[in-house]
Ligand binder design. Structure first.
Ligand code: ZN
Length: 321
């Protein structure tokens, strides 16, 4: 008689074999039992764009939720399972999700990856001497650091919505009409938002359209709507940057005084202490916190993309007026 351990071992082996036969490689890329596509968006703003196009036709999961900082996110084991089971994975691109390639690989996922910024002309540092101001980079060099915060220009979000729509239609043709109708309606709302930001900016005197924020997240906003970035507390596209040196802080305070910036802004995803200190030293107001890299919690005035952008323009115009 064989020892009982051997029986258990062969039972495990048999079970594994049955699972492998029942779920050959690639089985998880088929729609779930509900018949709906399983879709992932890497962060909350992107999740809202996808939700507006997909509606209830897909099972949508967002990895980095409201108030979450995608730059510094550390995936948890549950993320591996979510990514493994997905059919479609919408990602920001432009270096925002530094952790995604490893997560995708570790999960063994067969999900199709869709970079929603693929049609955006990225911005990057304009050069020495103007570190916080950005210009379009027509053909980025491999490894060149680009600004990932494309959604701060509503025109870019419209282009992302078109990419999302086309990917959903291709992956799930049975619901093509739903995705197309939802996208058309949402694109109209986005155009209205864009018009609102332009109109509200026009109410500000040109010499007051100046921004100082916590990290360098508003380059696309500034470039499209005609603001100048006078500096950022963390002089980086990422919140992972080290705190500024005393010398860098002094230079920023001087720039704020010399350029006549009326107010500076903290961000929802970061602590306001650094901005508070700089404002105190420069003798300027602190504006309401801007939604930079994530939606706000459900029920807040930034719990959708339309609302967060509406909050931001109102906060900017009110503090700089
Ligand atoms: Zn950021």
């Amino acid at each position: 008689m064989r020892p009982i351990g051997a029986k258990v071992t062969s039972l495990v082996a048999l079970t594994t074999l049955i699972i492998l036969l029942a779920f050959p490689s690639g089985a998880f890329t088929q729609p779930s039992e509900s018949g709906r596509l399983t879709v992932i968006a890497t962060h909350s703003i992107l999740g809202d764009l996808v939700h507006n196009v997909a509606g209830d036709a897909v099972d949508l999961t967002t990895l980095v939720g409201p108030d979450g900082d995608t730059h510094t996110y550390e995936p948890v084991p549950a993320d591996t399972i979510k990514v493994a089971e997905a059919n479609l994975l919408f990602e920001n691109g432009l270096g925002f999700e530094t952790w995604l390639d490893d997560l995708y690989k570790a999960s063994g996922s067969k999900a199709q990856r869709v970079v929603v910024s693929s049609q955006v002309v990225p911005l990057g540092f304009a050069g020495e001497g103007v570190p916080a101001n950005e210009a379009p980079v027509a053909s980025p060099a491999p490894g060149q650091e680009l600004d990932p915060h494309f959604w701060q220009d509503v025109a870019n979000s419209k282009s992302a919505v078109e990419v999302i729509r086309d990917a959903l239609v291709a992956a799930d043709p049975a619901n093509a009409e739903v995705y197309q109708a939802n996208a058309t309606a949402y694109l109209k709302q986005l155009q209205q938002l864009d018009d609102d930001i332009v109109a509200k900016t026009a109410s500000l005197p040109v010499d007051r359209r100046k921004l100082v924020t916590n990290h360098d997240a508003f380059g696309y906003f500034a470039y499209r709507y005609g603001y100048t970035i006078e500096g950022a507390a963390l002089q980086s596209f990422s919140t992972e940057a080290a705190d500024p040196s005393a010398q860098q802080l002094a230079a920023l305070v001087t720039a704020i005084r010399e350029t006549g910036v009326p107010a500076i802004f903290p961000e929802s995803v970061e602590k306001a202490d650094l901005i508070d200190r700089i404002a105190k030293e420069a003798g300027v107001k602190v504006g309401a916190a801007l939604y930079s890299d994530a939606l706000g919690q459900p029920g807040s005035d930034g719990d959708t993309y339309l609302k967060m952008m509406g909050h931001n323009i109102d906060a900017i115009v009110s503090a700089l007026q």
